[in-house]
Design a protein around this ligand. Structure first.
Ligand SMILES: [Zn+2]
Length: 459
């Protein structure tokens, strides 16, 4: 979706001075660091992909209103020893990053161009964090609600000139022996190459295709490949509502399964867990879908903290790679007193716009009664006709078309507003706890995190 105009390169060269400034921050923080080297044995890296602070706040206020408690993310910030930081997210080619460049910044410690994974703008391949950790004797794992070959997990393991080379990324996972891979994206392991799944089996991987067999495999050691959909996993909102999706595990369950596989390694482990579809719901501008993705991610923070209490030699990092869509709960009504009630509007949405678009594709048309049954909204007939005309004309993103056509109605129902369907340049939150957390300065650029992680782990 990102279009690069002629000016962006020149404009970004202006931004190069920002890099120099960040270097000063690094220098200052090194001087202030403690002399005793921390020694984290394990790393749990939780990524809320595409989560701006507006999304975090939306989920926080929804949870306060509906469950009477704050998010686990907020609880984490109150813990003794936690380090909170603001993180810049620019890439080498733009102030607005994509997931490939943002993940690579963490993965290899350098800014790369949007679209590339651990290959810098001069074409040099840089060793990804997990490859380095594997050489140090640690086991490694990636869990995602996206295709497991998608940019963020790939950025911890792979080197490709373009993120779309997911077939190559799958091959590199095999060669580089990622010990646990759980998520979507079966098509890069089965249909596109025929026998890649067999190659994993030959290397000793257990294979999981359903929630049931993932649970049956629990408690066993050894490498594990679990792929539950050809493409991305369905949204948490749809998994909760649609019985047909019951055999697809959620992020929390996959995270727990990965922890149980990796945690008995004597040398320790590195595990990346990505709520990858916060980003997708942001691209679509789907308030209900983004809320439930964020809530699912937040439950993983609790799982991680419980693990860290039992394994205090674990460094936990919770962060995002960039914002997407500019999601915000807006002030609504006189003196904004309707904004609380507008959060309840999200509860009447029982299907994502993606699932609704899927139904439109199946039936060939959007029906008002169906839309009302899954959102509570009574749409004006003339606007439904406008949507159906655009849909039949071959709209590229029907879910985004739903969001755009019914922006006013959805905005009145939920008070959730958006800046665009694109990524944003906003700085993102980072929280870290455990050995090495104090190495992370209160302000950093994304590419600086890599060095702090390596130092914390002694790799
Ligand atoms: Zn991203």
């Amino acid at each position: 979706m990102a279009k690069v105009n002629k000016n962006s390169r020149r404009n970004f060269i202006k931004g190069a001075s920002l890099t120099g400034l960040a270097g000063m921050f690094t220098h200052a923080s090194v001087a202030a660091e403690p002399k005793v080297e921390p020694s984290a044995k394990n790393l749990i890296f939780l990524v809320a992909d595409g989560m701006g602070t507006g999304t975090l706040s939306l989920a926080h206020y929804w949870q306060l209103r509906n469950k009477g408690r704050p998010l686990n993310w907020m609880h984490l910030l109150e813990r003794r020893g936690v380090r909170r930081a603001l993180q810049g997210t620019a890439s080498a080619s733009s102030p607005v990053t994509d997931s490939a460049a943002a993940g690579s910044a963490w993965g290899c410690g350098q800014r790369v161009n949007n679209g590339s994974i651990n290959i810098n703008p001069r074409g040099k391949s840089l060793e990804p964090l997990f490859v380095r950790a594997k050489k140090a004797g640690k086991v490694i794992g990636c869990v995602s609600t996206c295709r497991i070959t998608h940019a963020t997990p790939a950025a911890f393991v792979a080197n490709v000139a373009h993120r779309d080379s997911e077939d190559v990324i799958a091959e590199q996972y095999l060669e580089r022996e990622v010990d646990v891979l759980l998520g979507g994206g079966r098509r890069y392991f089965e249909s596109s190459t025929g026998n890649r799944m067999d190659a994993f089996v030959k290397k000793g991987y257990a294979i999981s295709k359903t929630l049931g067999d993932l649970q049956a495999l629990s408690g066993q050691g050894g490498p594990l490949l679990g792929l539950y959909t050809d493409d991305h996993l369905p949204y948490a909102l749809d998994r909760a509502q649609d019985r047909a999706l019951a055999e697809i595990p959620g992020l929390e369950i996959m995270f727990e399964a990965a922890l149980s596989r990796l945690s008995d390694s004597r040398e320790g482990f590195l595990l990346q867990v990505e709520a990858g579809r916060i980003d997708h719901a942001g691209h679509v501008n789907d308030g209900a879908a983004i809320l439930h993705e964020q809530l699912e991610f937040d439950r993983c923070i609790e799982t991680a903290l419980q693990f860290c209490e039992r394994h205090p030699d674990t460094l936990l990092i919770v962060t995002s790679d960039h914002g997407t869509g500019g999601c915000q709960l807006n002030g609504a009504g006189e003196a904004y007193k309707n904004s609380g009630a507008a959060l309840d509007g999200l509860n009447s949405m029982t299907a994502s716009l993606e699932a609704i678009a899927g139904e439109v594709k199946r039936t060939g048309s959007l029906y008002r009664a169906y839309f009302k049954s899954v959102t509570g909204l009574d749409l004006p007939e003339e606007k439904v006709a406008v949507f159906n005309k655009a849909f039949l004309a071959g709209a590229e993103y029907p879910a985004g078309l739903l969001a755009d056509t019914f922006k006013a109605e959805l905005g009145l129902l939920t008070a959730v507003g958006w800046t665009s369907h694109n990524h944003t340049a906003e700085h993102v939150e980072l929280a870290a706890i455990g050995p090495g957390a104090s190495l992370i300065p209160p302000y950093l650029e994304n590419y600086q995190l890599h060095g702090h992680i390596c130092r914390a782990l002694g790799i």
